[in-house]
Write a protein of this length. Structure first.
Length: 694
């Protein structure tokens, strides 16, 4: 069988069955009618009519089987019909006599149909069956023997035409395959280049933020603000290119994760409110008050849709309002039926451009629209995301009055609450008794120190079994379990703990694994939520506040003024500069900073050896496990680029690991060396006489 996918083969078989019904059946019925109602009806061949009736039954039967194959495979159906089509046609020619000469061309139609739809192999197979069957007709039918030269001419056509068509098909398929490879390569290049642009852009943004925080002159602050504004614009363009590349080469995302619709709206508000206000445009957001529970889905897709639609609305509106609405159309225990509407009072879209608006890179270059810049990808990406979610993006617009974009989708309701993380600082609550469990000493110490900084009474467990022992001995207000512990993972600890308690303490999973499959697994556990690494004070405070919503906040701890000069040593290409601020907020002492960073470096040295060995020996489970452990440590001490490298290894499939183990190991070691060099530079200023640099 030719190299076609099961889905392509299914479509080809179904298309062939449709042709039989739409073309073959009417011809057969017409032939029967001519036979029955002609002047020679009394002499009509019963055998001929029976064959025609049999063909009609065959056409209808294959149409049904093509849509309900039962135990038959698409390959078996294709091969079977490649035999039966010419066989039944030959019986038709034999018994119908002279009138059947008019339909002898159906052989070529059938042969070429298999060739163009499925491929040259099955075409040659059908050609061989057709030549054999037609040869039997020529030898066995008196009418065809009397028209021997006519029959031989058709036999020659059956030999030559498919051969010529086969050569054209090969050229066409080669050209198509080449075009697809080129398109995929360009799309992959687009994805890689867009992704790599993020690394220097992150450094630019971090450096500009540091410049802004350290400078005391208005001119320097203005320049820093300009850099940040331009970087934000560039980041938006890169995001659109990345979204387009993902839509082009990747299937739909994996299992959904729980999220709050309010968090998505808040993200849009943070991104666009200042831009809208600068233009004198009011950005309004409305969420139905009946939407009170988180939903399951892919929040980045919904954020991308609304960001593109609302961003365009703000861009093309000079005065008035831009409104984002989420309306509840219907609800039950499992799903919300929602409508999303983005309305503006902008310049509007002419009717002739409204459908083309969703084409990639399409931009309206008439009138005042020439002044607007952009890739022309926003509405394309938004529509593709909406279609993946089961809806259709629609538009209604009047030039000079504004536009409305809307779509309706159904989203499942989530059972696992989501830890709120946004730009509003979450409250600090009165001290709680908190158990934290992690089998990595550095991660455990950071988590302890951060919670203790807010006054909480922290008990540390060094692995899963230790956590179960502590939970059996004491009652806690909050429990935080690392998901990926060696002896007993956090999920198993929680399930064992919850099974033995009538009212277990609110429990959070702490993990560096942001994959949708893990999120889906944790969402079914019934815990209080998930806190993703790298850990921040806001994430931890938000988690605790989410399970004590009615408690009055306490005063926030004062943060001592810091020496800005020290920030200049941060190597922003490999290390997130914010890590130094976080560590200082935990404990602003040189000895502590030197020790924590040093412990992280030591852990990364040990983990590299383990992960490198796992890659070399192609141990997939160990690669996933050690990559997860290294990513957690890397993110907690700010080694973001190494963390990203480990994230890719966490989900790598076996075939890719086997084919590229040497390259993967080389890339890991290279990134690890750069990260360690950057970390050594970061901790060097904090090395006192008793702490010489390693």
């Amino acid at each position: 069988m030719d190299q076609v996918t099961p889905e392509q083969l299914k479509k080809s078989v179904q298309d062939q069955s449709s042709v039989r019904v739409k073309l073959g059946v009417p011809v057969a019925l017409a032939t029967i009618a001519v036979n029955l109602f002609s002047q020679s009806a009394a002499e009509a061949s019963f055998s001929g009519i029976s064959v025609l009736a049999g063909y009609i039954f065959y056409a209808l039967a294959t149409y049904v089987v093509a849509r309900h194959p039962g135990p038959l495979s698409w390959r078996h159906i294709a091969i079977g019909t490649a035999v039966l089509d010419p066989a039944i046609l030959s019986a038709w020619l034999y018994f119908e006599g002279e009138a059947a000469i008019l339909i002898v061309g159906f052989y070529l139609f059938t042969i070429l149909g298999f060739g163009f739809r499925i491929g040259p192999k099955i075409m040659r197979f059908c050609q061989a069956i057709s030549i054999g069957c037609f040869g039997l007709v020529l030898m066995g039918s008196p009418i065809w023997r009397d028209n021997l030269f006519f029959g031989l001419s058709h036999l020659i056509l059956l030999l030559i035409v498919p051969m010529y068509a086969g050569s054209l098909m090969r050229d066409l398929r080669a050209a198509k395959a080449y075009a697809e490879r080129e398109s995929k390569a360009k799309t992959q290049l687009l994805a890689n280049v867009s992704h790599e642009l993020r690394t220097p852009l992150t450094g630019i943004v971090s450096a500009a933020q540091l410049l802004d925080s350290e400078s005391n002159t208005p001119e320097a602050n203005r320049l820093a603000a300009t850099i940040l504004k331009l970087a934000s614009s560039l980041d938006a363009e890169i995001s659109q290119l990345l979204d387009l590349s993902k839509l082009g080469i990747q299937p739909a995302d994996g299992p959904p994760v729980p999220y709050e619709l309010g968090t998505v709206i808040h993200t849009i508000e943070v991104a666009l409110t200042e831009t809208a206000a600068a233009k004198g445009v009011e950005l309004k957001t409305e969420i139905s008050p009946d939407i009170v529970r988180p939903v399951l889905g892919h929040p980045h897709e919904l954020t991308s849709i609304l960001m593109n639609l609302a961003g365009n609305a703000v861009k093309f509106t000079h005065a008035g309002t831009v409104t984002i609405q989420i309306n509840l159309k219907a609800a039950n225990e499992r799903t919300y039926s929602l409508s999303f509407v983005v309305t503006d009072t902008g310049i509007g879209i002419p009717l002739e451009h409204q459908e083309k608006l969703f084409e990639p890179f399409y931009r309206i270059e008439t009138g005042d629209r020439r002044q607007y810049r952009g890739t022309g990808l926003g509405t394309t990406i938004a529509r593709e995301h909406v279609r993946r979610m089961g809806g259709e993006l629609l538009v209604s617009s009047t030039p000079g009055e504004g536009s409305t974009f809307w779509f309706e989708i159904e989203l499942p309701i989530a059972s696992l609450p989501v830890v709120p993380v946004d730009n509003q600082a979450p409250p600090i609550l009165a001290p709680k008794r908190i158990l934290v469990a992690d089998d990595n000493a550095l991660n455990l110490e950071l988590l302890q120190q951060m919670l203790a900084r807010d006054g909480h009474l922290v008990t540390a467990a060094h692995n899963g079994n230790d956590a179960l022992s502590q939970l059996a001995l004491e009652d806690f207000d909050v429990v935080m379990l690392d998901f990926n512990m060696d002896d007993l993972d956090g999920l198993s600890v929680f399930q064992t703990y919850a099974m033995g308690r009538l009212h277990p303490a609110p429990t959070f999973f702490v993990t560096a694994d942001t994959s949708s499959s893990t999120a889906a697994k944790l969402s079914k556990a019934g815990a209080a939520g998930v806190v993703y690494k790298p850990l921040t004070f806001d994430k931890l405070r938000g988690a605790i506040a989410s399970v004590f919503p009615n408690e009055t906040p306490t005063a926030r701890p004062e943060v001592a003024d810091r020496d800005g000069a020290r920030l200049s040593v941060v190597p922003v290409e490999h290390i997130d500069p914010a890590i130094l601020d976080l560590l200082r907020e935990i404990k602003d002492q040189p000895e502590f900073l030197h020790k924590i960073i040093g412990d992280g470096i030591a852990d990364l040295r040990d983990l590299l050896s383990q992960l490198s060995d796992a890659i070399t020996h192609r141990d997939l489970h160990l690669v996933h496990h050690r990559a997860h452990a290294m990513r957690g440590v890397a993110l907690n001490i700010g080694a973001v680029r190494l963390g990203a490298q480990c994230e890719r290894l966490m989900d790598i499939p076996m075939d890719q690991l086997s084919a590229s183990s040497e390259r993967l190991n080389d890339d890991l070691v290279s990134t690890w060396k750069e990260a360690l060099q950057a970390l050594e530079e970061l901790r060097a200023p904090f090395a006192g006489p008793a702490h010489p640099p390693a």
